[in-house]
Design a protein around this ligand. Structure first.
Ligand code: ADP
Ligand code: MG
Length: 327
């Protein structure tokens, strides 16, 4: 049986994700039509995943479907916004039913979990590329921006850093995850959990926020630049999972920390909080499994500095991944 473009849409995407009653027209017409609640601002985020660039070519279809949505939801979390709808542009080399079913299922599982309905998209043939746009809202004027960090604010990060980066490195060395530790790392790479509830809870508390997609140093760097400030972090405050610590024990604390600072794909939240609101933040986070940790402080002096345990400065890679960087 060969699937036409329209078969693919009907069979795999027409019912993907949650059912929402604010969708007046979903998949099947020329465009989608939705109701935007009064008093809210519309929030939109888009991310593209290219095979071989954003994920290894042998990544499972369900993981690609899941992650294409997850990375957008992570951007929503970092704004303190609530997702509602998504559109999906899929370019695939083949109309392989097993691949499409698995891809749609991976996407749908996360969409249902987060109350997101797939309301439209585009389906084309070509090298595997997945673009998702998520639409949703935030109470008027309450989006958490990158530009609000002030000297004296405390820098936090949710969850732990470096697991996904470690998994990706292994993968590039021809890795097949077998042990429980390896499977944990693979999950952290392929199934990042967008910190949506955490992001919403930080509205009105965090002065600035970003999600860590390109590595902590690079992403915190964006907050520092947008806010016109600098920061100093404590190396031994970086949150590292027990698995990360076990696997990296051989490379030593300093190399492990460098990896945690520069590796991408964490999809944790990095945020700044005025000292007076710290207690409230920690009370909020007591309800969340991922936890959060103070890793440093915002300062007037521009730039990002990391102090080692003995007080000496750590040298590390500041830049994140740049698709157009000179080779
Ligand atoms: P048009 O030719 O008018 O652009 P399409 O044939 O591309 O229309 O799409 C038909 C309907 O299917 C539209 O509602 C479109 O949003 C939806 N659609 C197409 N591809 C996808 C997809 N990958 N995921 C979700 N909806 C899709
Ligand atoms: Mg179209």
């Amino acid at each position: 049986m060969t699937l036409s473009e329209f078969d693919i849409i009907r069979r795999y995407f027409a019912a993907a994700g949650a059912r929402r009653n604010d969708v007046a027209v979903g998949i099947g017409d020329d465009a989608a039509v939705v109701d935007v609640p009064r008093g809210r601002q519309l929030v939109l985020a888009m991310d593209t995943l290219v095979s071989g660039v954003h994920f290894p070519e042998e990544t499972r279809a369900e993981d690609i479907g899941y992650k294409a949505l997850a990375v957008n939801l992570s951007d929503f979390a970092a704004m303190g916004a609530e997702p509602a709808w998504a559109t999906l542009a899929l370019t695939a080399p083949r109309n392989d039913p097993a691949w499409l079913a698995a891809f749609a299922e991976g996407f749908s599982v996360l969409a249902r979990d987060t109350g997101v309905q797939l309301i439209g998209g585009d389906t084309t043939r070509g090298p595997l590329t997945v673009t998702v746009q998520v639409q949703g809202f935030v109470p008027h004027g309450q989006a958490v921006l990158r530009s609000g960090a002030r000297p004296g604010d405390v820098v936090y990060v949710s969850g732990s850093l470096g697991d996904a980066g470690l998994a990706l490195r292994r993968w590039q060395q021809g890795w097949a995850p077998i042990s429980i530790d390896e499977q944990y790392l693979a999950m952290r790479l392929n199934r990042p959990v967008p910190r949506l509830a955490e992001g919403c809870a930080l509205r009105g508390l965090a002065s600035a926020m970003i999600d860590v997609s390109d590595g902590l140093a690079a992403d915190l760097g964006h907050i520092l630049e947008a806010s016109g400030v600098g920061a100093t972090l404590a190396l031994d405050a970086l949150p590292l999972s027990p698995v990360f610590q076990r696997v990296c024990a051989a490379m030593g604390q300093v190399q492990g920390a460098r990896l945690a600072l520069s590796a991408g794909d964490d999809y944790e939240l990095c945020f700044t909080v005025p000292a007076a609101r710290q207690e409230q933040v920690e009370r909020q986070f007591a309800a969340f499994d991922c936890g959060c940790r103070v890793i440093g402080v915002i300062e007037e002096r521009a730039g990002l500095r990391v102090r080692q345990t003995d007080g000496s400065p750590l040298l590390f890679e500041h830049g994140g991944y740049d698709h157009f960087a000179a080779p």
